[in-house]
Design a protein around this ligand. Structure first.
Ligand code: PGA
Length: 248
C-alpha cells in the first residue's frame, strides 16, 4: 500500500515570523496523521521552518535547486547546501519554473539526479497546458515529461521519486481536474513507469495530484485508486485549511 503524501508549496510567500507561527499552529493539528506532511518553503524560511518543525512529523522541503554542487552561479542554491541544513525534499520542475525560468526536461532531469546525489528526495512536477489538453495530447505530454525526467535513474531512485501531476490550467485558477480525469492521467504516468522500470517499481511510486486542491475537494481526489496525495499551493498558506487537507 502506498502512503498518502501531502505537500504544501508556499511559492514566494511567507516571512520567517509567519513561518514559525504557521508551523506552531499546524503541528498539533496534524500530529496524529498517518499521512506524510511536507512544507516546501522559500529559501529564506528554510532554517526557521526546520527549527520549528523539529520534534514534529512535519518535513521540510525547498522549491528548487541548482544541479551543480557549487561554483560560479550567482543567486543559485545547490542541493548540497540544502542538505547541509537538513532539508529533506525539493520540488523540481514546477510549471512556474518551466514557464518563467526556462526549466526544460533536460535541466529537470539533471536536477533530479543531483538531488539524489545530494541526499534529497525530489518532488517532480509534470502537467499539460489547456491548449495541449484541448488538442487531446494530455497523456502524450505527461508521459513524455515523466520519461525524460526519470531518464538514467536507477530503479531505486525512481522508486524514491515523488511525482506531482499538475495540469497547468488547474494551478491557482480554482479549476480542479475531475477526480476521474486526474486519476486517469496519473494511471497513464504509472503505466509509463511500469513499461520502463517494471510494474513493481511503478506500483510503489508516489504520484500526487496538484492544482487547486482544497479541503473541500481533497477527500474525493485522494480516495481515488492512483492519487497518492497532493501538492497544494494556495490552500497550504493557512494552517487550519492545510491541516484539513492533510487529515482529509
Ligand atoms: P494551487 O497550486 O494549489 O494554488 O493550484 C498548486 C501548485 O502550484 O503546486
Amino acid at each position: 500500500m502506498r502512503k498518502k503524501v501531502i505537500a504544501g508549496n508556499w511559492k514566494m510567500n511567507m516571512l520567517p515570523n509567519e513561518t514559525i507561527s504557521f508551523i506552531e499552529e499546524l503541528a498539533p493539528l496534524v500530529k496524529n496523521t498517518e499521512n506524510e506532511v511536507i512544507l516546501c518553503v522559500p529559501y529564506t524560511d528554510l532554517f526557521y521552518a526546520l527549527l520549528t518543525a523539529q520534534n514534529t512529523n512535519i518535513k521540510i522541503g525547498a522549491q528548487n535547486m541548482h544541479y551543480e554542487e557549487n561554483g560560479a552561479y550567482t543567486g543559485e542554491i545547490s542541493g548540497k547546501m540544502l542538505k547541509s541544513i537538513n532539508v529533506d525534499y525539493v520540488i523540481i520542475g514546477h510549471s512556474e519554473r518551466r514557464q518563467y525560468f526556462n526549466e526544460t526536461d533536460e535541466t529537470v532531469n539533471k536536477k533530479i539526479k543531483s538531488a539524489f546525489r545530494d541526499g534529497l528526495k525530489p518532488i517532480v512536477c509534470v502537467g499539460e497546458t489547456l491548449e495541449q489538453r484541448e488538442a487531446g495530447k494530455t497523456e502524450e505530454i505527461i508521459t513524455k515529461q515523466t520519461e525524460l525526467a526519470l531518464a538514467g535513474l536507477t530503479n531505486e531512485q525512481v522508486q524514491n521519486t515523488i511525482i506531482a501531476y499538475e495540469p497547468i490550467w488547474a494551478i491557482g485558477t480554482g479549476k480542479t481536474a475531475t477526480k476521474e480525469d486526474a486519476n486517469n492521467s496519473i494511471k497513464s504516468i504509472r503505466n509509463k513507469i511500469a513499461q520502463i522500470y517494471g510494474q513493481n517499481i511503478a506500483d510503489g511510486v508516489i504520484i500526487q495530484y496538484g492544482g487547486s486542491v482544497k479541503s473541500a475537494n481533497a477527500k474525493e481526489l485522494f480516495e481515488m485508486s492512483d492519487i497518492d496525495g497532493g501538492l497544494v499551493g494556495g490552500a497550504s498558506l493557512k494552517a487550519e485549511e492545510f491541516s484539513k487537507i492533510v487529515n482529509f
